[in-house]
Design a protein around this ligand. Sequence first.
Ligand code: AMP
Ligand code: MN
Ligand code: MN
Ligand code: MN
Length: 289
Amino acid sequence: MSSLSPRSPVDLHMHSLHSDGSLSVEELVARVAERGVRLMALTDHDNTAGIVEAQQKAAQRGIGLIPGVEVSSEWSGIGIHIVGLGIDIHNRELQRGLARIMEFRDWRAAEISRLLAVAGMPGAEEGARRLAGSRMVGRTHFARWLKDTGHCQDNAEAFQRWLGRGQVAYVPSDWIPMSEAVDWIRQSGGIAVVAHPGRYKLSGSRLRALCEEFRAAGGGAIEVSSGSQGAADREHLGRLAQQLDLAASLGSDFHGPEIGHAEIGQIFPLPEGVQPVWERLGYADFSLH
Ligand code: AMP
Ligand code: MN
Ligand code: MN
Ligand code: MN
């Protein structure tokens, strides 16, 4: 890693084998330690199956662990990811909600597989499930299977040709409304965060409308600095957070050493003037200024 790469001791967005990450929880926490990150959140998609082990492994290494999840939701017809930080994983409302999303994912996996079979590519669901390290099957697992079986060159092509919106095996996603995701997270004692706001390709006014609605629903923060959005988005998002009285989060969105996005802790610091979300979660001593 070049010394020019940004390094942050806080990283509040990353994935393990319990969703579409490629590392086990144990490997992930070991890498967090190697990268010098001292406060982490595990935020697998739509489930919290890795949290208990993450808490144990982080405690052994003296790393602060914030229990998290990244909920797939929908606002105004587009998929919006809402990260929950500081959630109580035993909360029944939250787990009931996540179970509903996982059921939808199971149904959708069968449907994607059926559409790929019609297009001459049988066996996709079995293939994707073999590649998945847990029960959660997502489109990135199908993309890996399509690549492994020679139907495309890489992840981007898998989405362009088969899995992306409007393509042969695209199944319109029936995610829960964003306000419901915010509600479950709040009911479980957590803070809801708009994940990678720079990635939804929204105009300034639409993004503001999204964040205003998010705040009205009880949302608490936006990801001002993210490994999966441009560094240039930071200043703009920091101002938006301040104007709407939302806290600011930061996270790499790490999925694995060989999978896109940024490395653990490879994120630019928050701009001046915003309130770091971890202060609201009781980790004031991690302030970085
Ligand atoms: P899922 O939640 O199963 O629908 O999968 C969504 C994930 O697929 C996103 O988090 C991205 O990592 C990936 N993805 C979505 N659209 C694209 C695209 N056009 N190109 C590459 N990856 C994509
Ligand atoms: Mn993912
Ligand atoms: Mn996401
Ligand atoms: Mn993510």
